[in-house]
Design a protein around this ligand. Structure first.
Ligand code: KIV
Length: 265
Protein backbone atom coordinates (compact mmCIF):
# COMPACT_ATOMS: atom_id res chain seq x y z
CA UNK A 1 0.00 0.00 0.00
CA UNK A 2 1.87 3.10 -1.24
CA UNK A 3 -0.88 5.66 -0.79
CA UNK A 4 -0.57 8.28 1.95
CA UNK A 5 -2.09 6.94 5.17
CA UNK A 6 -4.94 8.95 6.68
CA UNK A 7 -7.37 8.24 9.52
CA UNK A 8 -9.74 6.88 6.83
CA UNK A 9 -7.06 4.42 5.67
CA UNK A 10 -6.61 3.22 9.27
CA UNK A 11 -10.37 2.63 9.56
CA UNK A 12 -10.41 0.74 6.23
CA UNK A 13 -7.48 -1.38 7.40
CA UNK A 14 -9.44 -2.35 10.53
CA UNK A 15 -12.49 -3.22 8.42
CA UNK A 16 -10.40 -5.31 6.02
CA UNK A 17 -8.40 -7.02 8.78
CA UNK A 18 -5.08 -5.53 7.59
CA UNK A 19 -2.84 -5.04 10.62
CA UNK A 20 -1.52 -1.53 11.27
CA UNK A 21 2.26 -1.39 11.93
CA UNK A 22 3.26 1.53 14.14
CA UNK A 23 6.49 2.66 15.80
CA UNK A 24 7.54 5.64 17.83
CA UNK A 25 9.67 8.13 15.93
CA UNK A 26 11.54 11.17 17.15
CA UNK A 27 13.87 12.47 14.42
CA UNK A 28 14.31 12.84 10.67
CA UNK A 29 17.00 10.18 10.27
CA UNK A 30 14.88 7.33 11.68
CA UNK A 31 11.57 8.68 10.37
CA UNK A 32 12.89 8.47 6.78
CA UNK A 33 13.90 4.82 7.28
CA UNK A 34 10.65 3.92 9.03
CA UNK A 35 8.53 5.54 6.33
CA UNK A 36 10.46 3.73 3.58
CA UNK A 37 10.25 0.40 5.44
CA UNK A 38 6.44 0.58 5.40
CA UNK A 39 5.57 1.66 8.95
CA UNK A 40 1.96 2.89 8.67
CA UNK A 41 1.85 5.17 11.70
CA UNK A 42 4.71 7.13 13.29
CA UNK A 43 4.03 8.06 16.90
CA UNK A 44 6.02 11.01 18.15
CA UNK A 45 5.65 9.72 21.69
CA UNK A 46 6.42 11.55 24.90
CA UNK A 47 8.42 8.39 25.64
CA UNK A 48 11.17 10.62 24.20
CA UNK A 49 11.50 11.89 27.78
CA UNK A 50 12.81 8.45 28.70
CA UNK A 51 14.59 7.23 25.56
CA UNK A 52 16.13 10.53 24.36
CA UNK A 53 16.24 12.71 27.46
CA UNK A 54 17.16 9.95 29.93
CA UNK A 55 14.46 10.54 32.53
CA UNK A 56 12.66 7.82 34.54
CA UNK A 57 9.25 8.90 33.27
CA UNK A 58 7.57 11.17 30.69
CA UNK A 59 6.54 13.97 33.03
CA UNK A 60 9.22 16.55 32.16
CA UNK A 61 8.42 16.59 28.43
CA UNK A 62 7.06 19.96 27.28
CA UNK A 63 4.84 21.03 24.42
CA UNK A 64 7.90 22.74 22.86
CA UNK A 65 9.78 19.39 22.95
CA UNK A 66 6.82 17.70 21.25
CA UNK A 67 6.52 20.39 18.57
CA UNK A 68 10.26 20.21 17.86
CA UNK A 69 10.36 16.41 17.48
CA UNK A 70 7.07 16.32 15.53
CA UNK A 71 8.55 18.83 13.09
CA UNK A 72 11.67 16.69 12.59
CA UNK A 73 9.52 13.63 11.82
CA UNK A 74 6.84 15.34 9.71
CA UNK A 75 9.46 17.17 7.62
CA UNK A 76 10.65 13.95 5.95
CA UNK A 77 7.65 11.61 6.10
CA UNK A 78 5.80 10.94 2.86
CA UNK A 79 3.48 7.98 3.50
CA UNK A 80 2.93 7.32 7.22
CA UNK A 81 0.37 9.14 9.33
CA UNK A 82 1.94 11.13 12.18
CA UNK A 83 0.42 11.01 15.65
CA UNK A 84 1.95 13.32 18.27
CA UNK A 85 1.57 12.99 22.01
CA UNK A 86 0.19 15.87 24.01
CA UNK A 87 2.56 15.94 27.02
CA UNK A 88 1.72 15.97 30.73
CA UNK A 89 -0.49 18.91 31.77
CA UNK A 90 -0.81 20.26 28.23
CA UNK A 91 -4.53 19.29 28.09
CA UNK A 92 -5.75 19.94 31.62
CA UNK A 93 -8.69 22.04 30.36
CA UNK A 94 -10.49 21.71 27.00
CA UNK A 95 -9.41 25.22 25.96
CA UNK A 96 -5.75 24.59 26.83
CA UNK A 97 -5.94 21.26 24.99
CA UNK A 98 -7.32 22.87 21.85
CA UNK A 99 -4.59 25.52 21.82
CA UNK A 100 -1.80 22.97 22.25
CA UNK A 101 -3.32 20.49 19.77
CA UNK A 102 -3.44 23.29 17.21
CA UNK A 103 0.28 24.01 17.80
CA UNK A 104 1.22 20.35 17.30
CA UNK A 105 -0.58 20.41 13.96
CA UNK A 106 0.38 23.84 12.65
CA UNK A 107 3.94 24.10 14.01
CA UNK A 108 4.81 20.39 14.37
CA UNK A 109 3.08 19.00 11.29
CA UNK A 110 1.19 16.31 13.27
CA UNK A 111 -1.88 14.76 11.65
CA UNK A 112 -3.41 13.41 14.88
CA UNK A 113 -2.87 14.25 18.57
CA UNK A 114 -2.85 11.63 21.34
CA UNK A 115 -4.08 12.12 24.89
CA UNK A 116 -4.08 9.77 27.88
CA UNK A 117 -7.34 9.18 29.74
CA UNK A 118 -10.94 8.04 29.42
CA UNK A 119 -14.46 9.36 29.89
CA UNK A 120 -13.23 12.43 31.84
CA UNK A 121 -11.67 13.66 28.58
CA UNK A 122 -14.78 13.35 26.41
CA UNK A 123 -15.44 17.12 26.37
CA UNK A 124 -11.81 17.73 25.39
CA UNK A 125 -11.91 15.15 22.59
CA UNK A 126 -15.18 16.63 21.31
CA UNK A 127 -13.77 20.18 21.24
CA UNK A 128 -10.51 19.22 19.48
CA UNK A 129 -12.24 17.07 16.85
CA UNK A 130 -14.90 19.74 16.26
CA UNK A 131 -12.00 21.98 15.21
CA UNK A 132 -10.83 19.49 12.60
CA UNK A 133 -8.00 17.83 14.53
CA UNK A 134 -8.23 14.02 14.84
CA UNK A 135 -7.61 12.56 18.30
CA UNK A 136 -6.10 9.24 19.35
CA UNK A 137 -7.04 8.03 22.85
CA UNK A 138 -4.69 6.12 25.16
CA UNK A 139 -5.98 3.73 27.85
CA UNK A 140 -4.60 0.93 30.02
CA UNK A 141 -1.18 1.91 31.31
CA UNK A 142 -1.10 5.70 31.00
CA UNK A 143 2.49 6.74 31.84
CA UNK A 144 1.58 10.38 32.54
CA UNK A 145 -0.34 9.10 35.63
CA UNK A 146 2.57 6.95 36.80
CA UNK A 147 2.59 8.41 40.33
CA UNK A 148 -1.10 7.69 40.72
CA UNK A 149 -0.88 4.20 39.19
CA UNK A 150 2.19 3.36 41.29
CA UNK A 151 4.32 1.64 38.63
CA UNK A 152 4.57 0.44 35.02
CA UNK A 153 2.51 -2.76 35.53
CA UNK A 154 -0.33 -4.53 33.68
CA UNK A 155 -3.67 -2.72 33.94
CA UNK A 156 -7.37 -3.69 33.79
CA UNK A 157 -6.76 -7.13 35.24
CA UNK A 158 -9.97 -7.54 37.30
CA UNK A 159 -13.36 -7.93 35.60
CA UNK A 160 -14.48 -4.64 37.10
CA UNK A 161 -11.44 -2.78 35.74
CA UNK A 162 -11.88 -4.41 32.32
CA UNK A 163 -15.53 -3.21 32.20
CA UNK A 164 -14.41 0.32 33.18
CA UNK A 165 -11.86 0.22 30.37
CA UNK A 166 -14.56 -0.77 27.86
CA UNK A 167 -16.75 2.10 29.08
CA UNK A 168 -13.89 4.59 28.73
CA UNK A 169 -13.06 3.30 25.24
CA UNK A 170 -16.67 3.66 24.10
CA UNK A 171 -16.86 7.13 25.58
CA UNK A 172 -13.75 8.26 23.68
CA UNK A 173 -15.15 6.82 20.44
CA UNK A 174 -18.50 8.54 21.00
CA UNK A 175 -16.70 11.84 21.64
CA UNK A 176 -15.07 11.55 18.21
CA UNK A 177 -11.68 9.85 18.75
CA UNK A 178 -10.27 8.33 15.53
CA UNK A 179 -8.16 5.60 17.10
CA UNK A 180 -7.05 4.25 20.46
CA UNK A 181 -3.77 3.04 21.94
CA UNK A 182 -4.16 0.28 24.55
CA UNK A 183 -1.05 -0.24 26.66
CA UNK A 184 -0.25 -3.21 28.93
CA UNK A 185 -3.60 -4.93 29.36
CA UNK A 186 -4.47 -8.65 29.19
CA UNK A 187 -4.96 -9.91 25.60
CA UNK A 188 -8.54 -11.01 26.32
CA UNK A 189 -9.45 -7.50 27.51
CA UNK A 190 -7.78 -5.91 24.48
CA UNK A 191 -9.62 -8.37 22.22
CA UNK A 192 -13.02 -7.35 23.69
CA UNK A 193 -12.26 -3.63 23.33
CA UNK A 194 -11.05 -4.14 19.74
CA UNK A 195 -14.27 -5.97 18.87
CA UNK A 196 -16.44 -3.43 20.64
CA UNK A 197 -15.04 -0.37 18.85
CA UNK A 198 -15.42 0.73 15.22
CA UNK A 199 -12.21 2.76 15.44
CA UNK A 200 -8.78 1.06 15.15
CA UNK A 201 -7.17 -0.15 18.39
CA UNK A 202 -3.36 -0.16 18.48
CA UNK A 203 -1.82 -2.34 21.17
CA UNK A 204 1.46 -2.30 23.06
CA UNK A 205 1.67 -5.18 25.50
CA UNK A 206 -1.99 -5.86 24.65
CA UNK A 207 -1.76 -9.11 22.68
CA UNK A 208 -2.29 -10.18 19.10
CA UNK A 209 -6.00 -9.34 18.68
CA UNK A 210 -5.63 -5.55 18.38
CA UNK A 211 -5.99 -3.90 14.95
CA UNK A 212 -2.35 -2.85 15.05
CA UNK A 213 0.81 -2.83 17.14
CA UNK A 214 3.15 -0.12 18.34
CA UNK A 215 6.59 -0.41 19.95
CA UNK A 216 9.10 2.13 21.14
CA UNK A 217 11.75 2.34 18.40
CA UNK A 218 14.69 2.14 20.79
CA UNK A 219 13.22 -0.97 22.48
CA UNK A 220 12.76 -2.88 19.20
CA UNK A 221 16.31 -1.99 18.15
CA UNK A 222 17.66 -3.35 21.45
CA UNK A 223 19.01 0.08 22.47
CA UNK A 224 17.25 0.22 25.83
CA UNK A 225 19.02 -1.72 28.58
CA UNK A 226 15.92 -3.56 29.83
CA UNK A 227 14.00 -5.66 27.28
CA UNK A 228 10.29 -5.56 28.16
CA UNK A 229 8.23 -8.76 27.93
CA UNK A 230 5.98 -7.09 25.34
CA UNK A 231 8.86 -5.96 23.11
CA UNK A 232 11.44 -7.78 21.00
CA UNK A 233 14.87 -6.95 19.64
CA UNK A 234 14.36 -6.99 15.85
CA UNK A 235 17.95 -5.92 15.16
CA UNK A 236 19.19 -9.23 16.45
CA UNK A 237 19.51 -11.48 13.39
CA UNK A 238 19.20 -8.58 10.92
CA UNK A 239 22.06 -6.80 9.14
CA UNK A 240 20.74 -3.26 9.31
CA UNK A 241 18.29 -0.99 11.10
CA UNK A 242 16.25 -0.79 7.90
CA UNK A 243 15.96 -4.61 7.73
CA UNK A 244 14.99 -4.76 11.40
CA UNK A 245 12.19 -2.23 10.90
CA UNK A 246 11.01 -4.01 7.74
CA UNK A 247 10.92 -7.32 9.61
CA UNK A 248 8.88 -5.73 12.41
CA UNK A 249 6.37 -4.46 9.81
CA UNK A 250 6.16 -7.93 8.21
CA UNK A 251 5.74 -9.71 11.53
CA UNK A 252 2.94 -7.35 12.59
CA UNK A 253 1.22 -7.72 9.20
CA UNK A 254 1.40 -11.52 9.19
CA UNK A 255 0.43 -11.86 12.86
CA UNK A 256 3.72 -13.37 13.97
CA UNK A 257 4.36 -10.52 16.42
CA UNK A 258 3.37 -10.35 19.23
CA UNK A 259 3.42 -13.98 20.36
CA UNK A 260 1.77 -15.18 23.60
CA UNK A 261 5.18 -14.78 25.27
CA UNK A 262 5.04 -11.04 24.48
CA UNK A 263 1.51 -10.80 25.90
CA UNK A 264 -0.29 -10.78 29.26
CA UNK A 265 -3.13 -13.17 30.16
O1 KIV B 1 4.93 7.80 24.35
C1 KIV B 1 4.87 6.74 23.75
O2 KIV B 1 5.83 6.29 23.11
C2 KIV B 1 3.63 5.98 23.80
C3 KIV B 1 3.68 4.55 23.35
C4 KIV B 1 4.39 3.73 24.33
C5 KIV B 1 2.33 4.02 23.05
O3 KIV B 1 2.63 6.49 24.20
Amino acid sequence: MNQKITINTLKEMKEEGIKIACLTSYDACFAKLQDKAGVDLLLVGDSLGMVLQGDDNTLKVTISDMIYHSRLVSGVTQRAIIVSDMPFMSYSTPAQALGNAARLVSEGGAHVVKIEGGDELSQTVRLITQHGIPVCGHLGLTPQSIHQIGGFGVQAVSNKAAKELEKDALSLQEAGASCLVLECVPSSTAASVTKLLDIPVIGIGAGIYCDGQVLVLHDMLGLTPKQHKFSKNFLSGNDSIFDAIEEYVNQVKNNSFPTPSNSYE
